[in-house]
Design a protein. Sequence first.
Lengths: 333, 235
Amino acid sequence: MKKDTGKYLPLIPVFAVYLVLFLMGKNMSGMWQLMAMLLFYCALGQAFNIFLGMTGYVDFGYVAFMGVGTYGMALSIVHLAHYEVLGAWVIVIGFIMAILFSTILSLAVGAVALRLRGAYFAIATIGVNEGFRFLIEGARIWNGSEGLIFMGELNQILGREAASVLATFWADVMVLVIAALAAAVTLVYMRSKIGYALTALREDEDAAKVMGINVTKFKIVAFVTSASFAGLVGASTWALKTPYVFPPEVFEIHYTIEAIIIVLLGGAGTLLGPVAGGLIYGLSKYYLSIFLPGFQLLIFAPIIICIIVLFPEGVVGMLKKRLRDTALGRYIV
Amino acid sequence: MLDVKDLESGYGPMQVLWKPSLTVKKGNITSLLGPNGVGKSTLLETVFGSVPPWGGQVLYNGVDVTRVPTHKKVDMGLALVPEGKHLFPSMTVYENLAMGAYPKKAMPHREKNMQLVYALFPRLKERSEQAAGSLSGGEQQMVTISRALMTQPQLIMLDEPSQGLAPLLVREVFETIVKMKTDIGLTVLLIEQNADASLNSADYVYIMHEGTIKAEGTPEEIKGSSEIREAYLGI
């Protein structure tokens, strides 16, 4: 077994990348938007990796957790704005509601869908996302398809100036914090009994069962953790950055697909993988749309195919294998 | 040690077990024989809890464990070596064995059990750093059996351990099973289609047919009865 010293060293490269992104965005003019986008993709990957990477289950309804997280924040702002005593605490309450909403939804979905395996699980989760969206629209919950617009409330809480700084700066910083937290939780899980249980069930669920591992429990733990981070990402990147929510936008399956691509590109189940995946994905998307507008998808698809063929275990998965037993290997997990 | 009483279970609307009953005595090798599709594996999986029971009772050391979840049964000292080679392919042999020590009560005995397993299968020690998926079929079977031993069981249930192995390896597997009884003092419940080898190593034999127990006896009694042999074993 590895010694305890250096147990958490692999966080260094992850945090270093986040720090570089932050500093570049802050100090180089015109770079903040790009860096914010990269951080968003890293956070999305880091959060999704806790479930997809660690259990090997593909959740096609993942964006639903971001969606309800966004609603958690939006509803808090809409309903609590006129309590002046709360002040900026409304935002904190919003984040708590985001966690609460996504945890409840993921417990409900997990309790049912996690009994299914492989493709059946994936199909069931697509239904969840679409179903939830139509429920909100059809039953006119939370203002239905008209959505919630809360620019006014946000200005009322924070003042016009601060609200604009929140949208253009602090919301992105929060995404960074969430990404870093998700990375830390990933590593804590990896280094504990939870991680061993998840690795075992990813490799062979039946074998894990006969090892005395309560597979259902650990699947739900990973699912709920991953979902609450998604809720937080949604709350900060969607609700705070753009102060409105419309069901078709926050339940857009496109984001689930992006999350899957990021995790697989970088290396599912690795700590640094989502960072690498997020950077590769975000940068290619950004520059391809600048240099080859209209053709980005045409170019992007072969790039993804090449990476998957060259590094079936993801970029970091490959690195991890190469660097095993070297001095650098301790930092790449 | 293990008493199965009128157990019933199945898949969806299809009932597979029609109230078989059997007893596994402590320190014995009990063998369950029968052709394909009579419910032998289902019986083991229902006992273990991976297939939910519909009715009947499973007693382990006198305690009713019929509806105890699988992971708790492992804590109580039950181990199952599932059919086919369910190992963790990309982990090394060592890591596979270490995973076996996952239950809390097995953790403190990890090094001791590891030595025990390596003594039983010296070949695994040589291969300890290899990915388990790259081993030969026989070696993989050794890993799955060893990994079950790492959980510190009292009763080990083996589902067709000789399936798909070369005749020479089949003998080795059966020798190991006898060693588990004599050297480690384990109780064994063994499912087999290989009637010959099974009859030679078991202390007591049950014969299963169409979801129930059709005959039972010592290996000598089974071998001596031509009716049983012809009707159920075809030897």
